[in-house]
Write a new protein. Structure first.
Ligand code: ADP
Length: 379
């Protein structure tokens, strides 16, 4: 049945902690075009349950355009971009209200984040995004993300994206362990199952070959969304980032719970092993943009897997930005590499100072640590 190989998903998902769930337009819209409230309620119940087991969730929710069309009395989804954007603007806050009501039942708070692709192409904005999402998760809040349709400038994104690639980019940037794409179909078939009775469901995908890509076909014209093509694109992004991805049918009872406990449903795109899987390895293999010379105390702390505080920095060399990789040296020996949360300019101002003083000197503070322990690799 499974052409790739039989994966023990129970074992694979045992340590899965951070999960991104993307719900497609097709699942959030009922046959008669109305909003599928049952689904938001079911998802909230499952997320609340898994949160109690220590998992954290980020939801990427489509559906704003559909709701907007309903409110504006549009019989069909308009093809014109400005009209779609107008419908999205009307629908977005109603969509958020739906999620808020669903999660409120479980005493869970939600936060709205609207994104465009540009947010990912600028290192500063994506670092800020990553930091704000992790702050929300730490506070127990569920971020609900959608594409900022009303200001989307690329037609192709406004028409074809449908959040598949966006959710994969979010999953990769926040170091998620698993992305679940909920759709109106059981997973990826070797051809469009709506048109071919003999289409076969693919259980496991280890590598996205040209053949796999050909299964995506062209986008579904009726709903104007990405169909499987953008989901395969999403799989490429997550697998490189060391994150697994599952496409499954939102109509399956307790679909998120079942996936999280390792049941073989839908299609899994496995995370690629090796270089990109391990963050530390990626840091060690990266080109450096500068150097921090630290004292013996800081060296000892780093060797004991702690982060680097500004008080331990003696000298800052090179010009670098937030999110750049720098080497860390003590006694003329480079012993570690790390991803810095502060720029070289900022570090020159706060080197040798106590973390308590960061805010006073810079006017703000990202973290007490200049390089956090999860962002350090020993060389
Ligand atoms: P969503 O709104 O959930 O993102 P889409 O409508 O964009 O979903 O994509 C799912 C649809 O893609 C399916 O309902 C099906 O009609 C179509 N499709 C095209 N090719 C395939 C394939 N090879 N396997 C599965 N579904 C396919």
């Amino acid at each position: 049945m499974d052409p790739a190989r039989n994966i023990d998903r129970k074992e694979l998902f045992r340590d899965v902690k951070k999960i991104v769930v993307k719900i497609g337009t097709s699942s959030l819209t009922k046959e008669d075009g109305s909003f599928n409230r049952d689904l938001t309620e079911e998802i909230a119940a499952q997320v609340a349950h898994l949160k109690e087991q220590g998992k954290t969730f980020i939801i990427v929710s489509s559906g704003a355009i559909g709701i907007g069309c309903e409110v504006l009395g549009m019989k069909e989804r308009p093809r014109e971009i400005p009209l779609r954007q107008a419908a999205a603007a009307v629908g977005q806050n109603i969509l958020m209200q739906e999620w808020m009501t669903a999660f409120n039942k479980y005493d869970l708070k939600v936060a709205q984040i609207l994104l465009t692709y540009e947010a990912f192409s600028n290192r500063m904005t994506y670092l800020n995004l990553r930091n704000s999402i992790s702050a929300l998760l730490e506070a127990g809040v569920i971020p609900i993300i959608n594409e900022n349709d009303p200001i989307c400038v690329h037609e192709i994104e406004a028409t074809f994206g449908d959040n598949d690639r966006l959710s994969a980019m979010v999953a990769s940037k926040v170091d998620a362990d698993l992305l679940i794409l909920l759709s109106d179909i059981n997973g990826l078939y070797d051809k469009n199952p709506r048109k071919n009775e003999d289409a076969r469901l693919i259980g496991t995908i280890e590598k996205i070959t040209q053949e796999i890509e050909s299964y995506g076909g062209s986008p579904t014209s009726t709903k104007g969304t990405g169909g499987m093509r953008t989901k395969i694109e999403a799989g490429k992004i997550t697998s490189m980032a060391g994150c697994h991805m599952v496409i499954a049918n939102s109509a399956i009872d307790n679909v998120i719970l079942e996936i999280a406990r390792g049941k073989n449903i839908g299609t899994i795109f496995l995370a690629r092993n090796g270089k990109f899987k391990n963050r530390t390895r990626w840091i060690i293999l990266s080109k450096v943009s500068g150097k921090l010379t630290v004292d013996k105390g800081a060296e000892r702390a780093i060797m004991m897997k702690r982060g680097l505080l500004p008080s331990g920095i003696i000298e800052v060399s090179g010009t670098f930005g937030r999110g750049d990789i720098i080497e860390i040296e003590s006694d003329y020996m480079v012993f570690a590499k790390g991803l810095t949360d502060y720029t070289s300019e900022e570090l020159i101002k706060i080197k040798g100072k106590h973390s308590d003083q960061i805010e006073k000197i810079l006017g703000y503070k990202n973290y007490d640590e200049v390089v956090r322990k999860t962002n350090i690799g020993l060389v």
